[in-house]
Design a protein around this ligand. Sequence first.
Ligand code: WQD
Length: 326
Amino acid sequence: MTWLITGGAGYIGAHVVRAMTAAGEAVVVYDDLSTGIAERVPDGVPLVVGSVLDAERLARTLTGHRVTGVVHLAARKQVGESVELPLQYYRENVEGLRVLLEAVTAAGVPSFVFSSSAAVYGTPDVDLVTEETPCVPMSPYGETKLAGEWLVRATGRATGLATASLRYFNVAGAGSPELADTGVTNLVPMVFEKLTEGAAPRVFGDDYPTPDGTCVRDYIHVLDLAEAHVAAARALRSAPGHTLTLNIGRGEGVSVREMIDLINATTGHDRAPAVAPRRPGDPANVVASAERAATELGWKAKYDVQDMITSAWAGWVRLHPEAARA
Ligand code: WQD
């Protein structure tokens, strides 16, 4: 099969591209390079520079490369920014997906894997989030991912397209230093940045109803996440018309304070965190039940939080050599 990977020049996409090629699949990357980096696309993998809003380029790419499956990761992904720019988020994440699905069904492509997010759940009031937990997104970003799942599922029902929506929990780590996340929008890089500046990492709120008062999340290594895409792509190949919705997490909660302690220890620092006010909209506890992915895909995470921090730090030091001396 030949898989079109939209957003394949992004942080997660670059890992998915490598996992798919290592699994023997042919891949083509489609990316507008707005946040993606062309150098992340490996030699020998074609890169088509284009927007998912460009119906003609999509149609030409799907037929020209004889694409038989799509993994769709191209999207805007910042929760805070989505509150400021809801129209842009709906345009790129929902309209972009609609245009892509139109091209996919017109070209008769049989399989579609969609990048969704735990943000669809909002502030779940349960210890372990299952796929049956009600979805009440708290941001335009989460709304676009939930609307995207509906669009994917409805298209599957109407056309027989086999679909999988993967709800990523908190992604961290890197498969190699060059592939590390270059954004500083999540906990791990934000703590690295503070340590590099010689400042105290911040804890956004320590009065949550959790064991140590700080928020608990389910961190997943980007290498495990990439393997989940390979497993989903394979599952769809033998299941025309099938629809899967799956949590992709480890099923294990780690608190912000535990993460900062581990980052300090791993990077040779000893900076006590400073307690800052709660960040609006942060849920206390979001941990996946990872059972359905295990049952449906035979997929399970292999890496732990230590692996994520060690590999993310190697990538951080590569981009910020001064960090090694901080
Ligand atoms: C984790 C925890 C912070 C920085 C978001 C999206 C989600 C997905 C991943 C896109 C929270 C705390 C953070 C810091 C801190 N996005 N924190 N000090 O908010 O769980 O998830 O990113 O696909 O949809 O909602 O991730 O990494 O921002 O924060 O205390 O300097 O760390 O308050 O509790 P979050 P995060």
